[in-house]
Design a binder for this molecule. Structure first.
Ligand SMILES: [Zn+2]
Length: 401
């Protein structure tokens, strides 16, 4: 079954995007996170001219993938699950090929694997112990995930449930897991899926027809942050180990699953693929942004100063001009997905997006001027855990969507 799903995922992949966790440069960050802040300031630069750097980025990717493998080999520990997956071998080999060819949006050149150490030790010596672990994990997940059925096996956790009358299946594939990502992390990622994905699906599915069956593979190999293609999302096993609060990078990846194949020649800028995923990360962050807003920033106009690079501009458009009858981000998605306008025809595309709003008749440049004149463009999106950022105090973005 898994093999079939993987093949479907790969076949359906028009686009495979490799993604980084972006924008962490707030001065309030702890010393522990400061190295991450340095890394992600590089990230922002990469986004702005990602297409020009794609070849170079692929080279970086290849190099760092090799480092990951050698690093993890040194630290490999006995696992509570079997690592004898043959079916996944074919899938990963194929994906690696796609990553190198289609990686236009590398926005993270992190290589922190050399400094990672795995102190987890869930070693279980007996099959009976493994079975008990599975039973305990199943109970832990079902107690936390309301109305979701959970099956735990040696190499997967399969969750099924119905949200708003629609049946979803979420599989955590552990065939390449090496115990850097904890069971608690997996539970958080599961909570994230059931909170975020059905809501994004409800909003965009009639445009893009995305899958209701999603696989999240936690793999101690491959692209070092995360990536998505078809219904398949990869998360590097060491990412949450090194960035323990960055769960919402998976909201970004799930948004790529929702996009289901935007194509570059029909976007005003190819960066819109990544910008949309980060708009979703902002709007659908887990637990009202409890982790996200403490570790990831919606860049101000000072940090992302053009329409080509600004996530916040799209969030502003969505917040200010969507209403009961008009959904700006759905229109944006529709224009991007339906290949209606070439990149040279986006003056018309913006008119279609703005139609019936106060922006009707204005150009995108004029809308940008309005944005840069507003305080929305400058307020900090950072907050301590459980608190509300200055931006969200004034603009209840998540309350609207
Ligand atoms: Zn991405």
């Amino acid at each position: 079954m898994n093999k079939k799903l993987f093949i479907i995922a790969i076949t359906a992949t028009v686009l495979l995007t490799a993604c980084g966790s972006t924008e962490k440069n707030d001065s309030k960050k702890t010393a522990e996170n400061s190295s991450q802040a340095e890394i992600t300031s590089t990230v922002s630069e990469d986004i702005s001219d990602s297409s020009e750097k794609s070849e170079e980025s692929s080279a970086v990717q290849t190099e760092s993938s090799e480092k990951t493998e050698s690093s993890s080999a040194e630290k490999k520990k006995e696992k509570t699950v079997s690592d004898s997956s043959k079916a996944s071998k074919e899938k990963n080999d194929t994906n690696n090929t796609i990553i190198i060819n289609d990686q236009n949006y590398t926005n993270n050149t992190t290589d922190q694997n050399g400094t990672s150490t795995n102190t987890n030790d869930n070693t279980s010596d007996h099959d009976g112990g493994q079975q008990q672990d599975h039973t305990d994990t199943k109970k832990m997940f079902e107690d936390s995930l309301n109305n979701v059925s959970v099956e735990v096996g040696d190499e997967s956790i399969v969750e099924t449930g119905t949200v708003n009358g629609r049946y979803y299946r979420f599989t955590i594939d552990l065939s390449k897991w090496d115990e850097f990502t904890t069971t608690d992390d997996m539970l958080q990622l599961s909570r994230l899926f059931w909170q975020s994905y059905p809501r994004m699906y409800e909003r965009y599915a009639d445009i893009t027809d995305p899958p209701t069956d999603v696989i999240l593979a936690i793999e101690d190999e491959g692209y070092e942050v995360a990536e998505a293609g078809g219904n398949f999302v990869h998360l590097h096993d060491q990412w949450l180990y090194s960035n323990p609060d960055d769960y919402d990078c998976i909201v970004h990846e799930l948004a790529h699953v929702i996009q289901a194949g935007w194509e570059n020649p029909f976007l005003e800028y190819s960066s819109y693929i990544e910008l949309f995923a980060d708009v979703c990360r902002m709007e659908y962050a887990m637990d009202n942004g409890y982790y996200n807003d403490n570790s990831w920033l919606l860049q101000t106009v000072d940090g992302q100063d053009t329409r080509k690079t600004s996530v916040r501009f799209l969030v502003w458009l969505d917040y200010m001009y969507s209403n009961g009858d008009i959904d700006i981000m759905r229109r944006f998605c529709e224009v991007c997905y339906n290949k209606k306008y070439s990149s040279a025809e986006w003056d018309d595309a913006w008119q279609e997006i703005f139609k019936g709003t106060e922006l009707e008749g204005k150009t995108a440049d004029e809308a940008w001027e309005l944005y840069t004149d507003s305080d929305f463009a400058y307020l900090s999106s950072y907050s301590e855990k459980g608190e509300t950022s200055v931006l969200l105090q004034d603009y209840d973005i998540r309350g609207k969507f």
